[in-house]
Write a protein that binds this ligand. Structure first.
Ligand SMILES: [Zn+2]
Length: 284
């Protein structure tokens, strides 16, 4: 069974433990099983993509219940890249449509999960400071990267009120603001400083957003595109799940096994039984 195989996986940011001056970067992951794929199928309409990626990771993290929600988005991406590698291999076939309206070439290229992984960040503590002078005042903002849970919650709020979602997420990340050494609220920050703060929050977790530099082979235009492992991997698993339902139906009809027994098989073992059935049906 897949559940018996456990791999070591590491993250670039890490989970800062209360009162500790070091963070946990190593975790144990098991590959995605048929039961996980069924879980994703069942949650398709009930949960947002980010929430489903977090739930999948929580199922596959071994001995770390509830940890996925406390990681940064970059750490979730890093673990999903490694989960993808141990489940389906390192190479990911991607397509991208050229943004030039007159061209619209469908480009095909391959990415490697290993190459997309960042080295461990050199942060010595979970919180960071941004100091800046604006309108003759010295501002100091203390901030950290948002957690997966905070971003997932913001994505839900953003469906009805994107502006409120952004403001709430920023409030989660900022623990203190001072103006000339006096504590002030976040709404006191001048907008140029707010922009710099947004950029600084993104900079401390670069694994959260992967920008690909691409050149269209047909028209030669150079452009950038964002790659999100969470979205890519979920869509890949959704395509596999359509096969899985068919496989469960075939195996249950032929061998009269239960759904849970069939889902406990590795995909390779499942494929071999399906091939056996096809063999015996064609020989009959
Ligand atoms: Zn083009």
């Amino acid at each position: 069974m897949n559940g018996a195989v456990v791999f070591r996986a590491s993250v670039p940011g890490g989970l800062w433990l209360d009162g500790a001056d070091a963070c946990r970067r190593d975790f144990a992951l098991r590959p995605v099983s048929g039961a996980d794929e069924m879980f994703l199928l069942d949650s398709e309409n009930a949960a947002l993509p980010g929430e489903r990626a977090t739930a999948l990771l929580d199922r596959c993290l071994v001995g770390a219940d509830g940890v996925a929600a406390r990681l940064s988005i970059g750490d979730r991406e890093a673990l999903l890249l490694q989960l993808r590698r141990m489940t389906l291999g390192d190479h990911m076939d991607c397509t991208q449509i050229c943004p030039e309206p007159d061209c619209a070439e469908r480009m095909e290229f391959t990415l490697s999960t290993t190459q997309l992984l960042h080295a461990p960040y050199e942060h010595s503590r979970p919180e960071h400071d941004l100091k800046d002078v604006e309108d003759g005042h010295t501002y100091l903002a203390r901030f950290r990267a948002p957690t997966v849970d905070e971003v997932d919650r913001a994505a839900r709020v953003a469906r009805v009120d994107p502006e409120r979602a952004g403001a709430e997420l920023l409030r989660c990340c900022v623990s203190a603001i001072t103006r000339d050494s006096v504590n002030v609220g976040l709404d006191t920050l001048p907008s140029p400083m707010l922009k710099r703060l947004d950029a600084a929050i993104a900079e401390i977790d670069p694994q959260a957003e992967t920008e690909l530099a691409l050149t269209c082979p047909a028209c030669g235009v150079a452009f950038s595109a964002t790659f999100e492992c969470a979205a890519y991997f979920l869509s890949e698993l959704a395509a596999r799940t359509r096969h899985l339902l068919h496989d469960v139906h075939t195996l249950a009809s032929y061998y009269h096994w239960s759904e849970s027994d069939i889902l406990a098989l590795t995909p390779g073992r499942r494929d071999r039984y399906i091939a056996k059935i096809a063999e015996s049906l064609s020989g009959a």
